[in-house]
Design a protein around this ligand. Sequence first.
Ligand code: HEC
Length: 471
Amino acid sequence: MNYPVWEVPIIGSQLVIAIIAIFHVLISHFAIGGGLYLPYAEMLAARRGDREWRAVIKKHSKFFLILTGVFGTVTGVGIWFSIGLANPEATSTLIHYFVFAWAMEWVIFLVELTTIAIYYYTWDRVSDALHIAIGWLYGIVAWLTLVLINGILCFMLTPGTTWLAVAGSGQEIHVFWHAFFNPTYWPSLLIRTLICICLGGVFALVTASRIDGAAQPRLKTDLIRWSARWLVPTFILLPFAGAWYLWQVPAVQRHILELGFSTIGQGVFSVVTRMSLTLVLSVATLLVIVYLLAYRNPLDFKLGAAITIVVLAQAAIMSTEMVREMLRKPFVITQHMFSNGVRLREVAADNTAGYLARSPWVRAAERTAWAALDAQGTAATNAPDYKPQMLARGELMFRGQCMACHTMNGYRAMRTLLAGRDHAGLGNLLKLLHENKDDSPYHAFMPPLVGTTNEIAALNLYLDTLAAPAK
Ligand code: HEC
């Protein structure tokens, strides 16, 4: 509430993050997997004295440099910008608790970019052994960025009981390592590392698909088979890593996933269910395509098929990320902060003192007017400035508590979701949201509505104006 609300028409602020993330997740994992693939392949090529293969790897490294160095970086900064605007309270919290982790991340990132540039520009200028060593250095440094960021990402889903016990007390720094190596840290690091390795092979297939099979049949066959085999360990280990990960997620959050599955029988496909099915289907199709099109018929393997594999891998990764995001709902930091920036421990105080009591967005004159209306009790409804004052108040409630997830007319459109509800109906909805009982239908995906009775009445009046058909 200390920050302004970033209002993005139609798509909403959360989707902006999602759209940038679609590209960033793919490229950033590839940046690591490719970093392991390139020096390993170069090493084998050198050992076999295969200059043809080496030439392909060199070409691949150019594609790699441009994709990761340009698009990876730009989308990475884009994520920073968008999360800072869309979830300022949570971003600020993460920066406060993990300031040294972020600082290390930036330094390592700089080293990563420098080494990959050196790797690319020293082909044929330094000895093979030195060049391969630079490649390995890049691979390790790139992986270290994951080692760091993984701690912060996992913290949001599973901050862990040790950290939660001291959250907000000013003593958080003493449990830094608990927060960093939180319950999902290791399984998540394993999953992400496997995904990286897999993507290294997937993109190698893209490069290999462009080799002219008629001119260089041996090379094309060798490379495609080798890159396809590169994917095997990932597919064997991923299901185990996934199970380990879910096992570390607290049952309350996992419940969201189970809810998604148990409703399939009733014909209800929740987002979680759809995402999980997408994951299974895309991985299965991916395996079939890699085996039939790449492994069995390497010479006929064309760019189109390679791109299909990239798209399927992307679908699998995005659905995994979506499920991870869903598991956290309605929190941005589980059991600590809701997606709209309200902290769990502040709920009770906000309900008695008022959600807007601390808000810097209320003018002094408004504060006085609202206090005067509140003092009049029910008689206030007859005051001439009652309606306009309450609407202004309700709008601030709405912007602060609802707009983090809803837009007016686009994604999760408020006007559509509210359409046809009258004043009393909306009052009931707000009551459910405010009480936030365990069996409330909204409990699993919407935060509790906080505020005094009068603030909620103000929100009710404001929502009336949204529910009414637009004139
Ligand atoms: C953490 C994100 C989040 C916040 C914050 C949030 N909502 Fe929602 N809301 C959702 C999701 C997710 C749905 C389900 C959307 C769908 O079905 O398309 C939803 C659905 C709704 C619906 C439709 C419910 C139904 O019975 O069909 C209404 C009405 C609604 N929200 C109102 C609000 C109001 C009012 C606020 C602010 C007090 C709010 N929401 C805050 C995430 C949120």
